[in-house]
Ligand binder design. Structure first.
Ligand code: AMP
Ligand code: ZN
Length: 467
């Protein structure tokens, strides 16, 4: 199996640190709002990598954090007049709902930065003791030049970086010995959450979070470290510097980065305002369609989001699910019978397509080609299942289900809610609201939204439509 390693800019044969096991760390979202569909790309892509590794028989320890202390979270908390944890807990829950809708498996562990502060303090201590970091007035900086290999992931030359930084005077960072140094610990500001430390009350910098959480939950050397390509510099470069300087071990063997989800050719991002949240999109499309759409391109290719492309994914997925439904019906309705000669010939073709699918996935997770192999199998199923034996239909079904499962495609068609069910749920929501049980009322609204039912509160009562 080959993985394109950002560290070497080459496709390399995958050899795990420990035979049969894979430790994988994927940088997770900062939880101050609903995630957008750009954020969903790494979630879907690396969940698929995990699923394929599991299909190959690896025991995967998949760790993905939530960054739950950050300027944006604090800003939002101050705006709402609540504690930062209220905001982060709310959006962690919302993020988990979106992940479920996208059929992203829960990680083996989802550590939260705020619960790992002691470990971060210990790492920072070690870095100071080893001469890689220094405290100044309550701030601790990493001494970038003390790590000789700095720049090896992003292929940046430290002297060029220095030139770029020379004129930048960052307010409050006057104590820096070198403009290239970055923050490991920052002192408390009024109204901000803070933890006790040997350097005074404060909070950790963003990069140290991932160094600590991957060390704690996977080990000093992890197999795969992944995230969106915007994280290569400075986030992942800094993680390498911190971890390798602290542990004296190589940090990650393989670095994987997904390209951006774009809209009109530009990166979808919160700051640019050109984004759709997963929640918004779920009112228009099934999230299964969004997942299928994301996997229709190679993860290292930019992907443009447009209704036309999503519609075409919707049709493609429908074609696969209808074929599987027909095979399932055939399994139900056919009489017991053994494989005919023709079935055996067709099963050889199925086997060849499984090999094609696997070859695509082994080639740096080329999901686009893997999906093409599924389409070929669907075509074969549509021609052969009618005259095939029950045994043949069973084997075909099992294979199709397995290959779809690796991509996280749910093969049962989503049951459409009947009008009467919708009305009953709307009534239950009204009752919940009357009883001031807003949590339940919201839950019902979300449940309906996930099924494409849009509610509108009007003077005449609640009106609803199907998306
Ligand atoms: P953030 O919450 O901004 O730290 O992002 C969480 C994850 O989403 C990171 O791995 C980012 O690289 C990734 N990400 C953010 N925007 C996009 C995008 N438009 N396309 C693909 N990945 C993205
Ligand atoms: Zn990270």
């Amino acid at each position: 199996m080959k993985i394109f390693n950002t560290l070497t800019r080459k496709k390399e044969e995958f050899v795990p640190v420990q035979e049969g096991k894979v430790g994988m760390y994927v940088c997770g979202p900062t939880v101050y709002n609903y995630i957008h569909i750009g954020n969903a790309r790494p979630m879907i892509v690396f969940d698929t990598v995990r699923r394929y590794l599991e299909y190959k028989g690896y025991d995967v320890n998949y760790v993905s954090n939530f960054t739950d202390v950050d300027d944006k979270i604090i800003k939002k908390a101050n705006e709402e007049g609540v504690d930062a944890s209220v905001i982060s807990e709310r959006f962690i829950e919302e993020c988990k709902k979106d992940m479920e809708g996208l059929n992203v498996k829960p990680a083996t562990k989802h550590p939260k930065a705020t619960e790992e502060i002691n470990g971060m303090i210990q790492m920072i201590q070690t870095l100071i003791e080893k001469g890689h970091a220094y405290p100044v007035d309550g701030t601790v900086y990493f001494k970038t030049r003390s790590f000789e290999e700095y720049g090896k992931l992003s292929k940046k030359n430290i002297d060029d970086l220095e030139a770029g930084h020379r004129d930048i005077k960052v307010r409050g960072e006057d104590g820096k010995e070198d403009p290239l140094d970055f923050v490991l610990w920052k002192p408390k500001k009024e109204g901000e959450p803070a933890w006790k430390s040997p350097w005074g009350e404060g909070r950790p910098g963003w990069h140290i979070e991932c160094s600590e959480m991957s060390k704690k939950y996977i080990g000093d050397t992890i197999d795969i470290h992944a995230g969106g390509e915007d994280l290569i510099f400075p986030h992942h470069e800094n993680e390498i510097a911190q971890s390798e300087a602290c542990n004296d071990e190589p940090f990650a063997k393989y670095w994987m980065h997904n390209a951006f989800l774009n809209i009109d050719g530009e990166k979808m991002s919160k700051s640019a305002g050109n984004f759709f949240t997963v929640r918004e999109i779920s009112e228009k499309y099934s999230l299964q369609v969004i997942r299928f759409f994301m996997l229709s391109a190679h993860y290292r290719s930019p992907l443009n989001f447009s209704d036309t492309l999503v519609e075409s994914s919707k049709n493609g997925l429908e074609r696969i699910l209808t074929a599987i439904e027909n095979v399932r019906d055939a399994v139900q309705s056919k009489e017991e019978g053994i494989l005919t000669e023709e079935d055996c010939g067709n099963l050889e073709k199925v086997e060849a397509l499984v090999k094609k699918y696997e070859a695509a996935m082994e080639d740096d997770f080329n999901t686009a080609d893997a999906i093409a192999a599924i389409f070929e199998m669907v075509k074969l199923a549509n021609i052969t299942v009618k005259d095939g034996s029950k045994e043949y239909a069973e084997r075909l079904l099992k294979t199709l289900e397995q290959l779809c499962d690796v991509l996280g495609i749910i093969t049962e068609k989503e049951e459409e809610l009947l009008d009467a069910d919708v009305e009953a749920l709307i009534q239950e929501r009204q009752d919940a609201r009357k009883a001031k049980n807003f949590a339940r009322a919201d839950e019902i609204r979300d449940q309906l939204a996930a099924q494409g039912i849009i509610l509108k509160d009007t003077r005449e009562g609640v009106k609803w439509t199907r998306a």
